[in-house]
Design a protein around this ligand. Structure first.
Ligand code: URA
Length: 272
């Protein structure tokens, strides 16, 4: 059997292995490295070795897991305080990069903060980085991002425009890639929300696009993008338009018609 050294495992693989061991009943780490009891017959008697019996009916939980559940500061409060201290977008990017209480950070290559022109009148809030964004450190650079660029290009807006009227500013609800591109969890959205709120305050756009369900969940506390899309709502003290996510449009070409109507609505709201 081929074995892999521990440093080869990423955070999520290691966590999955730990959870599997807990399920099998392991409730204590005796040594840092495993001992092959069969190779040490004189020194260890695995039959007589004392094993702490779990309480009857109690589900065994590894100490490290217990600690994560029971102890530590409230991540939402820590995020709120850290975000509140930031007076510039640069400071906010640094504060998010230094925030260690979200497990997603451990599995991500880098913190994906924003892209485009922070002076833009229009700010887009997407979901979370995917594989390409995690590699490049910028939001919306994969296939969905290329479609997003074409969609907003069609109404004269681009992330590279120096002029605030023609510019786009883009961020996400979460700055770290969820494993396997799964949907963000409600506790992750809640934990990073103070940073998102401060991001909007500092960028101060005129109009926001909430791109997909995660953005609506974070900003409005609501899901159901197919019902919400196309209707102006207020969040963060700004007019916001929920839109279907470009990743959805890549899978459902028929929905592009409504997305085009939403783009025209944005164009009209910005004037011109
Ligand atoms: N999808 C998103 O919502 N954000 C990204 O940055 C990439 C894909």
């Amino acid at each position: 059997m081929q074995t892999r050294p521990p440093e080869d495992f990423d955070y999520y693989e290691a966590l999955a292995i730990l959870e599997w061991q807990v399920e099998l009943g392991a409730d204590e780490a005796i040594c840092e490295a495993p001992l092959d009891a069969y190779a040490l017959p004189d020194k260890i008697d695995p039959v007589r070795a004392p094993v702490a019996a779990p309480e009857r009916g109690a589900k065994p939980v590894a100490p490290v897991v217990q600690q994560a559940v029971q102890e530590g500061p409230d991540p939402v409060l820590v995020a709120r305080e850290a975000a509140g201290r930031c007076e510039t977008l640069e400071a906010l990017a640094e504060a998010m990069d230094a925030f260690d209480l979200c497990d997603l950070k451990k599995g991500a290559r880098q913190t994906v903060f924003a892209d485009g022109n922070p002076k833009a009148r229009l700010m887009i809030i997407g979901e979370a980085p995917g594989r390409d964004e995690d590699l490049q450190g910028k939001p919306f650079v994969g296939r969905a991002g290329q479609l997003l660029d074409r969609m907003f290009g069609a109404i004269g807006l681009s992330r590279t425009a120096p002029d605030s009227e023609a510019a786009l500013y883009i961020t996400n609800t979460l700055p770290w890639r969820p494993p396997g591109n799964r949907d963000p969890e409600p506790d992750e959205l809640a934990m990073l929300l103070p940073f998102l709120r401060r991001h909007v305050e500092l960028a101060d756009p005129d109009v926001i696009v909430l791109m997909g369900n995660a953005a609506c969940a974070a900003a409005l506390g609501k899901r159901g993008i197919l019902r919400l899309r196309g209707q102006w709502v207020e969040a963060f003290g700004k007019p916001c338009l929920p839109m279907t996510h470009p990743a959805y449009l890549l899978r459902n070409a028929a929905a592009k018609r409504e997305a085009w109507a939403d783009l025209l609505e944005i164009r009209a709201r910005l004037g011109g």
